[in-house]
Design a protein around this ligand. Structure first.
Ligand SMILES: [Fe+2]
Length: 404
């Protein structure tokens, strides 16, 4: 379990997590991974101006005071039973995962080319081709409408390179997938996909040395970074033809439910649907993406961390629905069953978020076994007892999830 802790509550023995969020988006979050071992270290973190850290309770070696990390909303224990029992949010798939994979791959490939092109064009002062962008996102909406798992699996399990481009693509896909779970109409899904694809376009106007700075941003540098949503909105507004919802989604994707976001510090009900969705999926993708300076967090842990910010950074209802939509164990999760066997979640099952379909590849000693698919929702045993990090075993989920 993860907990957000103010730096004045930092203690020796706390284990700090590198979320990958701090460098550009939140300079107040200290995230050099490891155990806090001295008072001098804590003093240095405070002196550098950091305000918060995320700690991993499982690796923290000190008993916390009752008040540490507690907010008004105390329901921060990530659910493993109960409240998500009745899901059924994503509806019936029209195609199977494997039938949909080629079409999803084609749509994603086209979108990646388009994102690369418009990023380059904007830097050269050229206009974005709005008509082409609509057609590109239509391809994603079509695929997600038929079977969202194929698109979701491809973008989250294969996108290890080119973070700048794949992040825009992933945010677009995640927003469309979540929008489908909410039952939004097709036209709104298309607009949501566009908002996701364009959400960080304003970063093209932020100097590279700030965007790629390895250390903490200075106050002035962060002030420049904070202009990217407004710059993005202005670029898109000048093009015309994009709806107010899309522009709002871009402008407010760094606002937070508790009002601690930017650029306007909007709170709760002041935030429209698009900013809430884009802001939430943006964080999920940043947490779970592999970057040059960190491994991606496993999906289950990322959702657990976000659940720790429920009612603070994220509105509780939307976060709950997002977790329902992805499943407690999202597609590609590497899991260990109580019979010792290990494998990957290959399909989430509506109405049974704790018992997805898994494909088993390893025994308890990580020796390969004859692959065996098991729909856990058909049985009462075995059960998933933990999520493992495939990076620890030097295996790539994509090599297993997409095998027939
Ligand atoms: Fe952003």
């Amino acid at each position: 379990m993860y907990l957000k802790v103010p730096v004045h509550d930092l203690q020796i023995g706390m284990y700090v997590v590198n979320t990958g969020l701090s460098r550009s988006d939140d300079p107040n979050l200290y995230s050099v991974e490891g155990l806090i071992t001295s008072e001098a270290e804590i003093r240095a973190i405070k002196a550098d101006g950091y305000q918060e850290v995320i700690i991993d309770m499982d690796r923290t070696m000190v008993r916390l005071h009752a008040s540490v990390g507690q907010s008004e909303d105390s329901s921060h224990t990530f659910p493993t039973t109960g409240i998500f029992a009745a899901c059924g949010m994503s509806g019936q798939n029209q195609t199977s995962l494997f039938e949909e994979l080629p079409q999803a791959e084609k749509a994603l490939g086209e979108m990646l080319c388009f994102v690369r092109e418009f990023t380059r064009d904007i830097r050269l002062g050229k206009q974005i081709d709005v008509i082409a962008s609509g057609a590109i996102v239509e391809g994603v909406v079509d695929s997600v409408s038929r079977n969202s798992q194929a698109m979701l699996g491809l973008c989250k399990l294969r996108s290890f390179d080119e973070y700048t481009y794949t992040h825009s693509l992933n945010v677009s896909v995640l927003a469309v997938v979540y929008g489908k779970c909410l039952g939004l109409p097709r036209e709104q899904l298309r607009e949501l996909g566009l908002a996701g694809m364009f959400h960080d376009v304003g970063k093209t106007a932020v100097p590279e040395q700030i965007l790629n700075k390895p250390g903490k941003l200075t106050h002035d540098e962060f002030e420049i970074m904070k202009t990217h949503p407004a710059k993005g909105r202005a670029m898109l507004f000048r093009i015309g033809d994009l709806s107010r919802e899309i522009l709002d989604g871009v402008l407010h994707h760094h606002e937070r439910h508790n009002g601690k976001g930017y650029p306007n510090g909007l709170t709760g009900s002041q935030l429209g649907l698009f900013p809430r969705i884009i802001g939430m999926v943006d964080v999920y993708d940043a947490l779970t993406s592999r970057r040059c300076y960190k491994l991606g967090m496993i999906p289950n842990k990322a959702l657990s961390l976000m659940f720790g910010l429920r009612g603070e950074d994220f509105e509780a209802g939307h976060l709950d629905r997002f977790i329902k939509c992805l499943g407690i164990y999202p597609l590609g999760s590497f899991v260990r069953l109580d019979n010792g066997l290990r494998g990957f979640v290959v399909e989430t099952v509506d109405n049974s978020p704790l018992r997805p379909k898994v494909k088993l590849f390893f025994d308890n000693a990580m020796r390969k076994i004859t692959p065996k698919e098991l729909d856990l929702s058909d049985y009462t045993t075995p059960a998933i007892i933990e999520c493992l990090d495939p990076a620890r075993f030097d295996i790539n989920p994509a090599d297993y999830v997409f095998t027939t």
